[in-house]
Design a protein around this ligand. Structure first.
Ligand code: KE4
Length: 425
């Protein structure tokens, strides 16, 4: 099989940056990306045959580990009947019922092909429902790459230094108000400065695209109260946290009921998917019922939904959340302990199966705080771990994911490696 090097050299000639998504390019951590031949459980196998313990989990979907036999079986069975029909199929009904059962605030749901489409459609629906134009988002939150939301965005946009992408008309960007996360005063001021104009507040309830940031007590509740008081909708972007941190996502953990929710990743079991949903009264404005248009050739694709249904049914059966949180705590303790031993200032936020590390003495509560982290030191940490067989997200502005397949040898080995790399920094 061709080496990662020759594959990447060929890719660079025909694909911008050689990758189909910028954060995979390793540009902020140095070196060139490796190519994966196969994946199973907590392991990636490169085209060179190297085995890596994977904490990217294809950016969230692989909560059951890679290539889970039940997901593979479900896709294979669906494949027997074809790949796409362009008509309704039975998987769409099961998936919609599962999502509504898992996430009670969702009374109706529309499938899309990505998280970007999900948040973009939710924003359009909020504007159509309220007949207002402005959207409030928070710096560092990443909601995919639609024009309204690529303003002070996190993830790859921040990683590569373009949190405000080129190509977005100023007239458009003006409709998006960007505030610091965890700052209730700026939220109140933004509503006061735009009376009757804010269609929605969209938020990653636990921002994870700038490293992991947890809300201060009461912040999410304040969002809820303020949106209701100002006639704006509250959109929870749970593309990443949905089904990962609890059956019902962060809204279940925090007891907050958003008006709309964006979903993705896990509900596709590793195949392309997204979804947006909420109260029927709002969702009934979506075409063909109402005037808010939204569509997709492959929305509700039978293979993607067969995979997603298998993933959700496995979650419902195994309810792995306590176990995943225990694994997360082990990683957090190993990292924080090694940093303390070394006298290296660091913050290691962790919730459930999500964690990140900021090399900074300051507690990180927002985008500005995240930027105080030493990204160069993170790059050295990343490379040291990779050399020792542990693959973390290739950016200081991402969050790592743990799967149920990490239990046992993988997590033991990974904690050892990460702690020893910290000690060597
Ligand atoms: P997609 O369009 O990439 O399916 O979803 C966009 C999206 C929306 N909302 C949240 C909270 C997200 O985290 C994402 C995408 N996450 C990034 C990883 N941080 C995807 C990785 C990538 O861009 O390659």
């Amino acid at each position: 099989m061709e080496s990662s090097e020759t594959l990447f050299a060929r890719a660079l000639r025909r694909i911008p940056g050689g990758v189909n998504s910028p954060v995979r390019a390793f540009r902020s951590v140095g070196g060139a990306p490796f190519y994966v031949r196969s994946a199973h459980g907590a392991t990636l196998v490169t085209v060179e045959g190297r085995e890596l313990i994977d904490f990217v989990c294809t950016w969230g979907p692989a909560i059951h580990g890679h290539n889970h036999p039940l997901i593979r079986k479900a896709v294979a069975a669906a494949l027997e009947d074809g790949t796409s029909f362009g008509t309704p199929n039975r998987f769409e009904v099961t998936m919609a019922e599962l999502i509504c059962r898992f996430v009670p605030s969702v009374e109706k749901v529309r499938m899309t092909n990505s998280g970007t489409e999900a948040t973009m459609s939710a924003v359009r629906l909020a504007r159509g429902y309220t007949r207002r134009d402005k959207i409030i988002k928070f710096s560092g939150c990443y909601h995919g790459h639609s024009d309204s939301l690529l303003i002070k965005a996190g993830s790859g946009a921040l990683t590569h230094g373009h949190p405000d992408s080129a190509g977005i008309p100023a007239s458009f960007a003006r409709e998006t108000v960007v505030l610091p996360f965890n700052d209730t005063a700026s939220l109140d001021a933004a509503f006061a400065a735009n009376p009757g104009q804010v269609a929605a507040v969209i938020v990653e309830p636990y921002p994870a695209n700038v490293g992991l940031i947890l809300p201060r007590p009461g912040f999410l509740a304040h969002l809820r109260v303020s949106c209701t008081a100002n006639g704006a909708l509250l959109i929870f972007d749970e593309v990443m946290t949905g089904f990962r941190l609890a059956r019902g996502g962060v809204q279940e953990i925090e007891g907050i009921v958003p008006d709309l929710t964006a979903l993705g990743k896990i509900i596709g079991g590793g195949l392309p998917v997204g979804a947006f949903g909420g109260r029927a009264q709002i969702m009934d404005l979506v075409a063909p019922l109402g005037p808010v248009y939204q569509a997709g050739t492959l929305s509700g694709n039978p293979l993607a939904l067969a995979a997603g249904i298998a993933a959700l049914e496995l979650l419902e059966e195994s309810m792995p959340y306590r176990g995943l949180d225990a694994l997360g705590r082990r990683v957090r303790d190993a990292l924080a302990g090694a940093c303390k031993e070394k006298g290296l200032p660091a913050q290691v936020p962790q919730t459930g199966s999500m964690f990140s590390i900021f090399f900074t003495p300051r507690a990180v509560h927002d985008y500005a705080g995240a930027l105080t982290g030493d990204a160069k030191l993170f790059a050295r940490f990343f490379r040291g771990c990779l050399e020792a067989g542990v693959y973390l997200p290739p950016s200081a502005y991402e969050t790592a994911f743990i799967s149920t397949a990490h239990e046992g040898a993988a997590i033991d080995r990974a904690c050892e490696v990460m702690a020893s790399v910290i000690r060597s920094l």
